[in-house]
Design a protein around this ligand. Structure first.
Ligand SMILES: *[C@@H]1O[C@H](CO)[C@@H](O)[C@H](O)[C@H]1NC(C)=O
Ligand SMILES: *[C@@H]1O[C@H](CO)[C@@H](O)[C@H](O)[C@H]1NC(C)=O
Ligand SMILES: *[C@@H]1O[C@H](CO)[C@@H](O)[C@H](O)[C@H]1NC(C)=O
Ligand SMILES: *[C@@H]1O[C@H](CO)[C@@H](O)[C@H](O)[C@H]1NC(C)=O
Ligand SMILES: *[C@@H]1O[C@H](CO)[C@@H](O)[C@H](O)[C@H]1NC(C)=O
Length: 624
């Protein structure tokens, strides 16, 4: 590969904290060829929900990022924009030695490349000088996900000496970087022979925790050492970057004084910070203080990773592992007072972790060791699901025949309880609408936007949890994959009249599985939300055998669907047309012909697009 242009060297550049100034600099003799310093360009194959809003969101995010890069004291920016429920999260970061002008230039070039991704709902591009990424979820704390390593094909001509020197330098950097205030260090080391120098930098994203920075640096180091004695190596992952070269790519005076940081062991960060950087006045102080505060707040949120990523291997981050003892303490020895409920999958307890987090701990008995699934892989898949409407897996613990899954705790409990239970309250139309819309978006994500298709198979009100704002979060997704074969087919275990009222007929009867199984269950849940009647309940005075679904279809056929609505709803707070549409959406979701049910992404569009009129008209829908 082409070594970095020497003129970078001479281009002005101040230490990153000396912000203020920089208006002019020598003209480059030759522009940087960004294409040759590009590592990776990736566009998600999935699109944002609505191209128009997505594109507007993306433009806003890009312009906020650019603006921050021009004013922030560190070459790092995060920005988010939210329109019509579709959110774009963006992150831009330049290496510490890059001048502000070069940083913006790199950003602008990156944006032109990302534009080629069209309406992709996620994309990134990594260059030597900068990284830009955007997604439809908050990815800022991701660190080890997929590592990328590049070594050039020229070896140093003093192999042993070079290997040893470069290894020591990189090893020092991996220790020092997490100890600096800005998660960045640059350093050089001369070969013993004295006739060559190794240049190297390491950098972590500012939004990851210090312990994640340590892990990310560790795996970058391991990757780069495998490059030696190549004269240049660079390695990047989501949370960090490391590079070495025998060709200078930063100036001598841009080096970090790493000696004090190395000596200081794991003691106070104060020393680390004082020794760590070249001070640039008040501005610097301000950054340090904000950094401290931020650090304090986020300190506890780090989770341990089970896996070390290695060069060029795709590895997902795993969930944190907790000890059984911790869980016992958190739940008061799994006391009854802490018990939140139970189900097919086992008991759920409320837990109070040592760090103060309140969590829900699910105790399930482990699968017979059929060996068909790898529990760690499954947990990794589940743990990397990040969506506003899907419950997050925080960690796990296995003890004897039990597997404990630790999830975020939802104050308002399950939809089931809110609709019918002792926590029952009268939901407004708007709240019901939000619950329906959010659940649809969560499912659309699991089906079509996550990199693995996850079919939930057990959508029902007790698996939809509500947060403080009564926003829904889908729980127990992926659980089914962790269960023994004989439990995965619900119809074999439960009388059809009960739980399986949510299960699509083709799945209950023939075990025929597709995403449309969830579409069906979703439709039933929508009917329950708007009618506040259990799907297997009967309406007063109606035939005992009539299910909620049959009832809804009958009303629909006679054009009286509004009669389905919960009596406690105030007719002044909803529009009849909107309520009708919602019922119609539920009905098209529950058609017995699988292929005529919409996908969840289509459902999201149907719900959000008020003008569209694609509803079935009386009698035209195939229904048994
Ligand atoms: C090394 O890389 C250069 C360009 O990057 C290429 O022209 C050359 O053929 C490569 N040499 C080998 C032995 O692969
Ligand atoms: C750089 O790559 C982009 C697309 O990847 C291409 O459009 C552009 O022409 C390339 N530029 C150069 C100078 O090769
Ligand atoms: C976003 O910006 C691009 C490039 O400037 C432009 O082509 C596009 O029309 C913009 N999209 C919207 C919705 O403004
Ligand atoms: C540096 O010194 C080593 C031996 O000490 C020698 O083999 C090598 O050719 C020298 N390299 C240069 C660039 O002078
Ligand atoms: C990410 O880090 C930046 C800079 O430290 C900070 O301003 C921002 O609030 C952080 N974002 C999140 C979501 O933590």
């Amino acid at each position: 590969m082409k070594p970095v242009d020497n003129s970078t060297w001479w281009s002005w550049g101040l230490t990153i904290f000396l912000v203020v100034i920089t208006t002019a600099g020598p003209v480059r003799s030759q522009p940087i060829d960004r294409n040759s310093t590009r590592f990776a360009l990736y566009c998600s194959q999935y699109k944002g929900m609505s191209p128009e809003y997505w594109s507007t969101n993306l433009n806003i995010t890009f312009s906020r990022l650019r603006r921050q890069l021009t004013i922030n004291s560190v070459p790092y920016a995060t920005a988010r924009s939210l329109l019509n429920g579709d959110s774009v999260w963006g992150l831009a970061s330049c290496r510490g030695y890059v001048s502000k002008a070069d940083c913006v230039a790199c950003f602008e070039y990156a944006v032109t490349q990302l534009r080629d991704c069209g309406f992709a709902n996620g994309a990134y591009v990594f260059f030597d000088d900068c990284d830009i990424r955007y997604e439809n979820y908050n990815f800022y704390t991701q660190s080890i996900i997929q590592s990328n390593l590049q070594c050039n094909n020229q070896s140093s001509n003093q192999q042993q000496d070079f290997k040893k020197t470069a290894d020591m330098l990189l090893s020092d950097l991996k220790i020092v970087v997490p100890r600096t205030s800005n998660f960045y260090a640059a350093s050089t080391r001369d070969l013993a022979s004295g006739n060559a120098t190794v240049y190297a930098i390491g950098q972590c994203n500012l939004n990851i925790s210090q312990s994640d920075c340590v892990k990310c640096m560790d795996s970058r180091y391991t990757a780069l050492v495998s490059c030696l004695p190549s004269s240049l190596g660079r390695s990047v992952d989501r949370g960090c970057f490391m590079k070495y070269s025998t060709t200078p790519f930063f100036r001598q005076d841009q080096q970090t004084n790493i000696t004090p940081l190395l000596q200081d062991g794991d003691s106070s960060k104060k020393t680390a910070i004082i020794g760590g950087v070249l001070v640039g006045g008040l501005c610097f102080l301000f950054v340090v203080i904000s950094f401290f505060l931020w650090r304090l707040v986020t300190k506890n949120s780090s989770s341990s990773q089970l896996d070390k990523s290695t060069a060029s291997t795709v590895l997902l981050q795993g969930p944190a592992r907790y000890s059984y003892d911790d869980l016992r303490k958190a739940t008061n020895n799994f006391s009854n007072q802490n018990r939140l409920g139970g189900g097919v999958f086992g008991e759920v307890y409320k837990g109070n972790l040592k760090n103060g987090d309140i969590v829900a701990i699910k105790k399930t008995s482990m699968f017979s060791t059929s060996g068909k699934i790898n529990i760690n892989d499954e947990l990794k898949i589940i743990c990397n699901v990040h969506h506003r409407h899907v419950i997050r897996l925080i960690g796990y613990c296995s003890k004897g025949p039990f597997l404990f899954l630790i999830h975020e705790y939802m104050n308002n409990g399950s939809l089931d309880k809110v609709l019918y239970g002792d926590k029952s309250r009268n939901l407004s139309w708007r709240q019901r609408y939000e619950i329906i819309y959010g659940t649809a978006r969560g499912l659309a994500y699991l089906h079509e936007q996550y990199h693995v298709t996850i079919i939930h198979r057990d959508i029902k009100p007790s698996n939809i949890l509500l947060d403080n704002e009564l926003q829904p979060k889908i729980a127990d997704f992926g659980m089914i994959r962790l269960l023994p074969e004989d439990k995965t087919h619900l119809s074999t275990k439960f009388p059809r009249s009960l739980q399986s009222a949510y299960v699509a007929p083709e799945y209950a009867i023939n075990g025929q599985l597709s995403e449309k199984v969830d579409t069906y269950s979703f439709g039933i849940v929508v009917l329950e939300i708007i009618s506040r009647k259990r799907c297997h309940d009967t309406k007063d005075g109606e035939s005992v055998n009539q299910s909620l679904l049959d009832h809804a279809w009958n009303l629909y056929d006679s054009g009286e669907h509004l009669k389905l609505l919960d009596d406690s709803l105030d007719p002044s707070e909803y529009e009849a047309e909107e309520a009708k549409r919602m019922i119609e959406i539920a009905l098209i979701c529950t058609q017995s012909l699988v292929s005529s049910r919409p996908t969840m992404t289509e459902v999201v569009t149907l719900i959000s697009d008020k003008s569209q009129d694609q509803m079935p008209r009386g009698g035209s829908v195939n229904f048994s």
